[in-house]
Write a protein that binds this ligand. Sequence first.
Ligand code: NAP
Ligand code: 3JM
Length: 337
Amino acid sequence: MGATGAVGQQMKEQLEKRDFPVNEIRFLTSKRSAGNKIDFKGTTYMAEEAIPESFEGIDIAFFSAGGSVSEKFAPAAVERGAIVVDNTSAFRMDPEVPLVVPEVNKSDLSQHRGIISNPNCSTIQMVCALQPLKEHFGLSKIVVSTYQAVSGAGIDAINELKEQSDAGFEKAKNSQAKMLPVKSADKHYPIAYNVIPQIDVFAENGYTLEEMKMINETKKIMHDDSLSVAATCVRLPVVTGHSESVYVELEGAPTLAEIKDAIAGAPGVTLMDDPSGQVYPMPLMAAGLDDVFVGRIRADLDNPQGFHLWVVSDNLVKGAALNSIQIAEALIEEKII
Ligand code: NAP
Ligand code: 3JM
């Protein structure tokens, strides 16, 4: 569901690349793209307008077409026997819906009642990097600032960044932006040559919903309501790949070498940290890759339990499509489906 979107196209690529076991596949979209041709593993398919009957005979339905589409169609898919892996925020905080990053809380999958939520992209890469620290040393506090790419806001936002960038600084400054910070809002700002400290709409407490997603989802995935989490989410003129500056306070006071060893040994995480060689992760190098990359690891200068990290990953890959496919792979491995 949402097959023609930025996430949907990446889902298709991941299914092909990982040779996911498929007997039959349907590519669902809105009416707008129905009839468009989609190539999958050497066969050409037609995109179909989603209707409740689209889910007859389907085992696993991957949703990435926005929250309202998930609210409308996920129950119809579950009624027809499908397990829904939902990439939207629609059900993430529902206590009956597992919210899963397989490297962190795969065991929650067994509790599913038809819908499994895929966390927000910024949450996924952060919990992958921090889970080894939690396991080895205990984790009590997180303060994160994000540097997020426009691909997280969909294909139209990627195109808008490209158009504004090509137009140059002066023209971009006066351009009629339509997509960011929030498409449905009345007011928009150019993203090229700019930085926008707003992702998703504002909540009453002054945080944005993107920030509240990171805060609430992290506690749910890590099974720790007492974990202290603060987030500031910022959009940058980067096509794809989110970066995060993360400050953590641990329950222990490990050495820097122990922190690096824990991160280097974590599944799905690559340590990339050598200041002497100017080695650290950046979104341009992470684009299209599966892993979460961590560098710039430093001990806080005042707090022996405090550490700073720089965490980068492709938000469309591990942040969205890959994590969803890994959830489906885990369902098969664990014989849940
Ligand atoms: P996108 O590039 O704008 O694509 C949207 C997709 O949804 C298109 O395939 C579109 O089909 C389809 N769609 C829109 N309205 C529909 C409707 N009423 N019925 C059926 N299909 C409809 O957006 P995207 O970046 O792929 O993101 C899609 C959604 O995924 C987001 O809204 C968000 O909820 C979720 N997402 C999650 C993460 C994450 O962190 N896990 C990251 C990014 C996005 P048409 O081609 O017919 O318009
Ligand atoms: C990432 O329903 C919508 O309009 C989608 C908004 C959206 C979300 C979301 O809330 O599902 C855009 C981009 C996300 C997300 O992953 O939380």
